[in-house]
Design a protein around this ligand. Sequence first.
Ligand SMILES: *Cc1c(COP(=O)(O)O)cnc(C)c1O
Length: 427
Amino acid sequence: MNQSHELFERAKKIIPGGVNSPVRAFRSVGGTPFFTKKASGSYLTTVDDKKLLDYVCTWGPAIHGHDHPVIREAISKALQNGTSFGTPGPDEVEMAELLVDIVPSVEKVRMCNSGTEATMSAIRLARGYTGRDKIVKFEGCYHGHGDSFLIAAGSGVMTLGEPNSPGVTRGVAKDTLTVPFNDLERLEEVINANKDQVAAIIVEPVAGNMGCTLPAEGYLQGMRELCDANGIVLIFDEVMTGFRLSKAGAQGVYDVKPDLTTLGKIIGGGMPVGAYGGKKEIMDYVSPQGPVYQAGTLSGNPVAMAAGMAMLTQINESESIYTDLANTTEAIEKGFQANLDELGLGYTMNRIGSMVSLFFTDQKVIDFDTAKSSNTEKFGLYFREMLNNGVYLPPSQFETLFISTSITEDLVGRIVEANRTALKKIH
Ligand SMILES: *Cc1c(COP(=O)(O)O)cnc(C)c1O
């Protein structure tokens, strides 16, 4: 038995499912997870000394590759002053100034410790600000594990949502309305059916958590107009897309200004950091300035701020990061497409910038229903073959690849070759 297996057996006895976050258990792709002892540049090294080319990049944050020297140095330097103060510190001010400077829609910002905290706080704020209870979210979008988001859609505009997880109450479920992504008409219907009751619409402006799914032309603009006409707070959840698609995230690419933005992943440079920010008028409702309570013992932690600032400063000072990332990702996309076409396999690939997904379906993927037409069994086989070929992909059909600037032309060649070998084996 190898060490990963041994660790997993030990872990399962004392950690639910053996993991601290469900997707790591590989349940949707089959097999058992490997355990990592070290990450550097484009590679993970497993406890069994296997080197894997990593296209998960800790689910996005490692956009410059693992263990980047600039970020490591910033963390080491911060550590010399202690790991937590419990008082305000200068780094928090600098981090906030940086975020406000880079993201035009963010006028004020509050730091927290994860994407989930950011989204939970943002909807509480929107509710407090509007004095309304309901929120609208979209099927297939993921906003972390807050109760309000773990709600499945009802069957019609007037039927209530159902808790998606035991432990979420019906009381919470009745305040979450779920509609299909990319369907502006349906969204308008739901808003009209709940006139003056909707506090916020929360959306991944480019959805990454059902596999890369792009907003149709005019969709985000239409959503903005509906919010303006109905006094609804528009929240862009840019925990994944923030600093990945552009310095100003998806809102920078599509030129639509949300009222609030949630951030996470990349902004922590590999440390646990989240943030929510937006219009000053709304943010001033947050405690202690305003009445909406939100707090955190370790929020704005100096080590985490140092890592985040080193990350954001590098991105901010780079002229070419987003064209470089897009070029690398396009080369991977083209390579995969050539392999798929040669083998005559039905597929869909969606890409924007450095977000790309290969869906095992020949339907166009525009929402959760079409994403779900994918053959997930085939994806599982594909995932395991890629892993056998030394390439670690996100262990689910409903994710995007995460590309980092550490991926060279050679490494593009390696993933395309692995893709070819894997597809030949499974088709
Ligand atoms: C990852 C993610 C979250 C949750 O962030 P955590 O740090 O895992 O709590 C929320 N929204 C989106 C869009 C995400 O991709």
